[in-house]
Write a protein that binds this ligand. Sequence first.
Ligand code: HEC
Ligand code: HEC
Length: 285
Amino acid sequence: MARGRYLVEGPMHCFDCHSEVNWKAPGAPVVPGKKGGGAPFPMDVGFPLNVPNITPDPETGAGKWTDEQLARAIREGIGHDGRRLFPLMPYMKFRVLSDEDLASVIAYVRSIPPVHNALLATPLPEPVKISLPPPAPITGPVPPPDFSNPIKRGAYLVALGNCVTCHTPVDQQGRPLPGLDFAGGQILKGPWGEVASANITPDASGISYYNQALFLQTLRTGHVRTRKLNSIMPWGTFRNMTDQDLNAIYTYLSTLSPVVHRVDNTEPPALCKECGSQHGYGDRN
Ligand code: HEC
Ligand code: HEC
């Protein structure tokens, strides 16, 4: 239960998506009493998308779903009703979740208070369905993560934290642009405002000026020294991780290939020929 709580309320940040959230408050806390109760997805993805109620409520939530159904949704992208899930649910990243960690996550999600909130499962438009990654069932055991060194520990947490999905720029169809992993510039627009994700590679245009202490402080406070980060960056949840885990994430990020891509949200948006979107300092790339 403790491990499940740690994963769900830390790196895997399930409730940032699966709840009504107060985007205006620092760290984007869940609205009291709504944890896990689902909500319409707050960003325009081109069609209506509800993030399901995963609380143990038997009528409107996951109360009647089996462990097997939850497991398949989390790691394989198949909903309790057999539907293919839109990959905004990070099942492609959660595939690495070990069997033991998966069991912990399910035990914890089953323990939270039920929220009665009926939300329709949103059918995906045909063209979207066709473009989904092919179903990839997990057929064997997923072993425990290799925590023998901080880089491997960090790699596991960065996968569960889904950092690359926000921190990589995308094309018009929402596909990640090759060669720009973790290089920022994806525009995220919603109730939190409009902001570009940051370049978190160890380049001078990224976070090469960070050290372990500054990284820890940033993820714990949502401020890079005095500069406040937009609440769509899930620091309010990531801050629950231990020093050891946050340090491992920093160590892992330091091993990424540096990518030159200037992104600065304190500057006015300008067209970037590197990623094709409009973001601060785009004209300097
Ligand atoms: C980035 C946002 C996001 C995060 C983080 C996230 N989910 Fe989801 N989840 C979704 C969306 C969106 C769907 C619905 C997709 C669809 O209907 O096609 C979904 C679907 C699901 C479903 C399937 C529900 C059903 O109807 O069968 C389960 C179960 C689930 N998520 C559990 C979790 C758990 C547990 C976590 C954390 C370990 C988590 N999710 C993290 C966005 C997210
Ligand atoms: C839901 C999208 C999202 C996810 C997931 C996400 N980030 Fe971010 N992150 C952002 C955005 C957007 C910004 C820029 C915020 C701003 O400038 O106000 C940001 C900023 C940052 C910064 C500050 C960089 C600077 O400007 O100095 C760091 C560090 C960071 N993210 C690390 C991470 C790590 C590590 C993970 C995964 C564990 C992660 N982020 C996951 C959206 C995200």
